[in-house]
Design a protein. Sequence first.
Length: 505
Amino acid sequence: KSEDKQNRAAASLIVVSNRLPFVLKREEDGTLTRKASAGGLVTAVAPVVVDNHGIWVGWTGLDDFDEETEVIPESSPDDKAPTAGLRPDQAIPLSVNPKLFDEYYNGCCNETYWPLFHSMPDRAVFNRDHWKAYQDVNDIFAQKTLEAVRSVHEKRMAIPDCSRPDPPIVWIHDYHLMLAANAIRDGCNDEGLQVRMGFFLHIPFPSFDIIRIFPWVDEILMGMLGCDLVGFHIGDYCLNFLDCCQRCLGCRTDKNKMFVEHCGRRVMVRALPIGIPYHKFESLSRIAPRVFPSDMKIILGVDRLDYTKGLVARLKSLERMFKKYPKWIGKAIFIQVAVPSRVDVAEYKELKETIDRLVGHINGEFSTPSWSPIRYIFGSVNQDQLVAFYRDANVGLITPLRDGMNLVAKEFVACQSESDPGVLILSPFAGAGGLMQEALQVNPYETDNVADVVDRALEMSLDERKLRMNQLKKREKRMDVDAWVRSFLSGMDSLLVPSVRPNHD
Ligand code: ADQ
């Protein structure tokens, strides 16, 4: 019955996110081909849109994109990419003037919200022009989304005897689009179109003390409150949000029933911890060819190259580990896969240089003629390789300084064998940290602590590894990405009244 409910709702699901779920490449003949993008959101949501005949609204990634150009989908229908099967009419591309986009994306999103929401305010830049660009681009997204809502309603009208009572659901994703909801709602109200809207934040929502540093915080909160449901990964982020709505806007909030009252509407706030396509990872891991020699202990890190992921501190911890526990010299290696990210932002370029230097330094310090402590891959690896890396690693070392959830921890768990599993080491400052309790916890800021825990993980008995990993696997299997989508959709369904925004000007 609940599956039926999900299908009903999802059949008119419109997902809105900064990027479409694929990267476009211009071929020599001028056509555009697509390739699924790396990143948490795509891995999680694209298969859901594909399966449920939904629509995805987003930016194409090209400065010179012409909305009339045909986009060629992935060649093989059984391609393992999460976007394989997404029909061209299910993707609504949007173009933005490059300068405006730069100020919105590199400026406001990446230089302001990203550090601030990860509680690193010293890194955040506050700039009025960037904020203005953010408002303008959110409006462009809102107008495109309105087109999608209109098209869903028109399709329904065109079906004889279509009696669908449920309004389409617009699901807005992430910090790029915190202002879009109210313009969509206003447009729908003007045209008499019913819609329900949900917002999900993939990154942490910080405490009042941090968020109040943002000069236009009230607008952000009111933007999110334009939705009927606001979701976060974990309860702590929900509580921070409720607190901010109360203290910044003076809204009445209820921390037991988890809602905010705003402009005569009740906005539900929910902890909806994201999961992964567990079965897909598990089954791929069973067939992937072995990638590492079995006599070498493998410690693995997989991240976007981002300062929130704690790569510099992790490398220093590994240096400490090899110094403090020389028994691992020649016996263990640390493999770090780092996907290039936000390469246009100066801070990320500097981070890459720092990491390059540190890897060189540590390898120089400990290497022997036949062994080096660190193997560093700066680039994306394909899914088969990634799965083999996860499966063959003895230790998954996931130590973000702050992270909304962290899907890598979950993917690592899904790929571990039941009979001889590895050990997950996890930072409590990731959303996943509080949920995946059987992992070994480390404080990523304390290099000595990380060094000790890595040694402990490498020495852990088979019985303890099995006990911990099998519990972790059970939870991730149950709370997979489908369960996440189901809980979002049932959260949307449980709203008592389809909300209509009162005219309050
Ligand atoms: P991200 O910051 O991108 O996501 P994460 O949750 O770890 O972080 O997801 C990364 C995804 O990219 C994983 O699915 C992983 O498989 C893939 N990936 C990483 N490195 C790769 C590589 N080298 N090659 C190929 N694929 C790679 C944001 C938030 C997170 C939140 C997610 C989902 O910052 O906190 O968990 O969204 O909500």
